[in-house]
Design a protein around this ligand. Structure first.
Ligand code: FDA
Length: 305
């Protein structure tokens, strides 16, 4: 219930103005977001690399409605990838891209062209791109664009969301050699017709999908902070005889950093998803929806002003 209310607020322009203007907001934001600019993203990538962690950088922004905005997002990724190349932070740092920020909801051909330019720049910088997955109305289009991009850039990764009923089938399709799949629970408010609603059903789906990916020929990227699912991931890696170089565990910047360090010290590849940019509102609201303790932290910070 609380999750649905917060996710509804994530789409409210009025709520966005209120939160963005709250004087304390930046402190809360910086717990989960590297900062506003490219150099902030590079600084955090370097700090995490020094701690033995890999990174996926995400330039914040979604639901781009104009061609100019989509172009500006593409240009920021090209700038970022140029800087990653110059600073030698690749291949340990890759990038995550939301197709809606490249104009997918206006014209998916434009989003594809921009994504293709980003994949080419990533290849030039010696790294890869993963396409984030957004609400279920975009899943087909995102997977179609992925298939097109993989013709020239086969290492382009996709995200599949365990809460969607279709995802087991998508995992079977994508568990092939050379394919990189990030499996997460899913962060959007989705109707019962397309998505499991209870936490238990989502977890069970996650484990079924994990089994398919770990048994397959691709490169699974298990994105979760859930201790039980991490333990099952470690167990399945042993069961399917996967070397730590043949899969990775991913977590969000600012969430369970001690666990990230523990897993890296145990020899796993741990990749931290690091968002940056000033369009942090939707991202922050999804993080609050996932964890009531984060909401209490947010409320206390506002009340203390
Ligand atoms: P969940 O939120 O259910 O938490 C399970 C348990 O984990 C908790 O009970 C607690 O024990 C522990 N835990 C969680 N947060 C904690 C905290 N802050 N401190 C301590 N313990 C904590 N979604 C999407 O729809 N599209 C996408 O493209 C992506 N991309 C993505 C990339 C990466 C790298 C990650 C990690 C996640 C995503 N997500 C995503 C978000 C994902 O779908 C999901 O909403 C969040 O990861 C939260 O789900 P968890 O699996 O962590 O479990």
């Amino acid at each position: 219930m609380l999750r649905s209310v917060i996710l509804a607020a994530a789409g409210s322009a009025r709520m966005e103005r209120f939160v963005a203007n709250a004087p304390i907001s930046k402190n809360i934001v910086h717990r989960f977001v590297a900062g506003d600019g490219t150099e902030d993203a590079l600084r955090v990538s370097r700090e995490l690399a020094d701690d033995g962690l890999a990174v996926s950088l995400d330039h914040l922004g979604e639901d781009t409605l104009t061609a100019e905005q989509a172009e500006a997002t593409k240009d920021e990724y090209l700038r970022l990838l140029g800087r990653l190349k110059e600073t030698g932070l690749t291949p340990a740092t890759e990038v995550s891209v939301k197709l809606s920020a490249l104009g997918q909801k206006v014209d998916d051909r434009t989003a594809y062209e921009h994504a293709r330019a980003i994949c080419a720049a990533a290849a030039d910088a010696g790294t890869t791109v993963t396409l984030d997955m957004e609400d279920h109305t975009t899943t087909d289009s995102t997977l179609e664009i992925l298939a097109e991009l993989r013709k020239d850039h086969p290492a382009t990764g996709a995200v599949l969301q365990a809460y969607l009923r279709r995802t087991e089938g998508d995992c079977r399709e994508l568990a092939a050699s050379g394919s990189r799949v990030r499996l997460c629970k899913g962060a959007y408010a989705e109707p019962e017709s397309v998505a499991f609603q209870s936490a238990l059903d989502v977890d069970k789906s996650y484990v079924r999908c994990l089994n398919i990916l770990m048994a397959g020929e691709g490169y699974p990227m298990l994105a979760t902070h859930d201790p039980r699912l991490i333990a099952i991931t470690e167990d399945r890696a042993r069961w399917f005889d996967r070397d730590p170089s043949e899969f990775e565990i991913q977590m969000l910047y600012g969430v369970r950093p001690d666990e990230q360090a523990r897993l890296a010290a145990a020899g796993y590849t741990v990749r931290v998803y690091v968002p940056y940019g000033d369009q942090w509102y939707g991202y922050l609201m999804r993080r609050l929806a996932e964890r009531p303790a984060n909401l209490a932290f947010f409320g206390r910070a506002l009340a203390s002003r």
